[in-house]
Each structure stands twice: as structure tokens, then as C-alpha cells.
Design a protein around this ligand. Sequence first.
Ligand code: ADP
Ligand code: MG
Length: 475
Amino acid sequence: MQNPLNHHTEEYADELVPGTMLLHGQYEIEDYLIRGGFGITYLARDSLDRRVVIKECFPSSICCRVDGLVHAKARDHQNQFSSVLRHFLREARRLARLSHPNIVGVHQVFEENCTAYMALDYVDGMDLLSVIEEDPQRLTPEVIRSVLIKSLGAIHYIHDKGILHRDISPDNFLLDSADKLTLIDFGAAREHATKENRALSSLLAVKDGYSPQEFYLGDVTQSPSSDLYALGATFYHLITGKAPPDSQQRLAAVASDAKDPLVPLVPDGADYDPDFLNAINKALEIFPEDRIQSAQDWVEAIDAERRRQSALSHAGKDTSIRLKISQLVAETNLDLNEPVIPPVAPASPVPASPTLASPVIKAPRRRDEPPLAARPGNAAQPKGGAPVSRPVDIFGEPIDDVEAWLSAQDGVAGSERGARGYRPADAPAGNGYSSHHSDTGRQRPRFLRSLMVRLSSATFTRSKNREIPNGKEQS
Ligand SMILES: Nc1ncnc2c1ncn2[C@@H]1O[C@H](COP(=O)(O)OP(=O)(O)O)[C@@H](O)[C@H]1O
Ligand SMILES: [Mg+2]
């Protein structure tokens, strides 16, 4: 059989022809897809007849194929080609270690024909540029929003690993029929700037409209905000149907005190909320320091729920809460010999951490019961109506005789722990909550038990004025 690599035609000037086998027959080229700055992309089949995509390192400005083998075009290009090849292999191997639902998966990375290849999962989808051009009605505000959140997840993931994609643009996102998004084309990706990488910059194509101005200048530091600029440009294009003006032109305008040719996005109707559009405008700032600095910041800027979670997690680290707990521990240690715990002053309105918040939501009384202070025998309510703290157990039940309660707990804890340990009801067995664990806690220090009463008491004081939602049993 004729070697397809020798069968050069006009149509397949430099590309591998269909039928070409790679990696000892493990992959068979089916079709040429496209040629980019760094290489050529093919559709192929693997030995299990699965469709894959193969990318070949083929920087056509400096190399050519002779008898199937890839060579630098000229002696002067030899070092550059070697450098690109090393870079391709390094990045391919790095990409192969990534695992994210919105990043294309790598099957194999191998060397052959004096160049390098990577075999990728085939994504049965359409790139976003084609979607804009051929099926724009598919890009509803909901789809655009969900696609942005997914792409930020993928970009956060790579940035966290120290990788810049460097070629974020609509044609490098694939969208399948279920609106699943996949980020592809890590050919230009690189670790945060190194000297060798800088030498490669001259080879890396910039994409007008998407590349930030620093990509046009070889020696300028590139940062996560560079990828975020390109992402902002991508979504500007998805929303307006037009890519932003190229960043060099924008920089020149700003430098000469002329008006920035970029028309910022402004809310128009209810399609997008202002936070969503403002975040894209901010990502598209011309100077890196003015931009959104991280994918996570971007997500928080547009997602109220994430903002809330982030605030809670900060509150969890809030020193005022830790201070409150250490105060309680100190007071409790002082009070160890006192049978009656004096009222705890109403807690200051510190932000609740998730762990402290949950008992507050678990209301200290049942719906069908009157408020604690109004129950018979609980006449602790002073005339002025100011809240008075009473010690309560963790279920909010009042404790009249703390000493007796503590002794009773010793008995209950012993028998209950023996029966079911400390494993939370919803925690699977064998996840670290072993019964052995519970036994070691059998003699829980008394100050700790006393502290639990105080914390319950403080919680109760804070939660006292909360209404139980109508008709909803809180368990
Ligand atoms: N994993 C894949 N699954 C399906 N199609 C792909 C895949 N990777 C690339 N393609 C197609 O090939 C095109 C070019 O691939 P890409 O990796 O972006 O290389 P280039 O450097 O040439 O832009 C994409 O726009 C897409 O249409
Ligand atoms: Mg591409």
C-alpha cells in the first residue's frame, strides 16, 4: 500500500491524508479539520473505533513536511522549531493531567514523524463562533449566563494550576446539544511567563478583538487577568454579536487621550442584570490592574449565592466569633463550681458562621408551645420585657437544675454512645465516625459539657425573637 504521507496533493499540501496510521496503528486519520498557528487538527478513529481528535505540532511558518517527516524550514528555524516542540509536549502532558468537566480530555501524547501529537476526546458540538454565526437564537441570556459560569469554572481550575490558556476566544469553546461547554485548544497555553516561553511569544498568534494589549508586546507580563480579558471579549461578542475593537487600537486611543472605541455593555431590559454586564466591562479594562483579577472574583461578582457563601466562609473565620467562644470557655472555666449559670448577655450581632447558624435555625421551641419564658414555672421574664437568658439544652429545652442535668448526661452519654456512637445520622458508616471514636469521648470534660449549656443558652438568647415560619415544623 502506498504510504499516504508520500501522497502529497494540492488538497493535502502539508496535512496528513486520510488513512494515515499513527502510533503503531492505534490511530487512523479520517479527515483534516483545520490548521492553526501551532498545529494541524484532524478527525481520527482509535483502535476501539472511537472518534478522537488528533492535534499535530506543526507550526507552519517555520516547518514543513518532507517524506512524511516534519522539519524546520530553514537552519535558522531549527532552534525555534525544537523549542515549539518541547513546549507542545510539555503543555500536552500538562493538559493530560487536567481533569475538569469543562476542559477537553486528553487520551495520549506521543512523538512520531519528528514531531509531536496529542489525541483528544472528540466533542460532538459546535464552537461558539459558529453558534453566533449560524444559530444565534440558541444563545439566550440563560444559556449565555450558564456558559459563562462554566467557563469561569474551567478557567479558575487552570489558573489555580498556574496555567494560562492564552487563546480564549469563541472558536475555542465547544457547545454540545445539551449546552455542555468544553474549553479546547491549549496549543498556546503556558505556565506563567518564563524566559523560554517569552521566546515563543513571537510565534503565538494574537486574535484581534480577543487578545489583551499585553499579548501584542512580547516582553510584558501576562497574568490570569489576560485570559479574563479574552473571556470578557468572548462574552461581549456573544451578547452584542460583535467582537470588541482590538486592544492595540484601544490602547492607542487611551494613550492619546482619545475616546476608548469600546462601547461598554449597558443593561437594556431585563435580559441581563447590571452586575453581569459590569463584570464583563471590568474584565475588558485596557490596563491589567483595572480588570477583574480572578475567575473566582468574577463568579462572586455575578452570582449572589456564591457571594453569600463566600461571606459566610469569611464570617466563619471571623475573629469576633472565635473571641466570643474563647470568652465563653474562660467564663465557663471560672464557673465550674457554680451550680447555677448566670444569664448570658444578649450576643452582639456578629455574622453567623454556617456551623453556629444551624442551631439558630433549629428553633428552641416547638410550634405548638408558647415561648419559653411564658411557660408555667418559667417566670424569669422581668417586668420591662427585656430578654433573660436561661440555660437550655441543645434542643432548647430549659434546664432548671444544671447540676442534675450534667449528672444525667453522664448516664445518657454512656448508654447512647455505646449504642450509636457519635456518627451523625446522615453520615455513612466507616467515614471516620467509628464507635471506637465515641468511646474515647466517654469522659467528656465537665467544662466542655458546661460550655455546651452556655453556648445553647447564648444561641437561644439570640434566636429568641425569630419567628418559626408559618406551618413549617423545624426539626
Ligand atoms: N476535541 C475536539 N472535539 C471536536 N472538535 C474539535 C476538538 N478539538 C478541536 N476541534 C475542532 O477543531 C477546531 C480547531 O481546533 P483547535 O484545537 O482550536 O486548534 P487551532 O489551534 O487550529 O485553533 C476547533 O475549532 C473545533 O472545530
Ligand atoms: Mg482554536
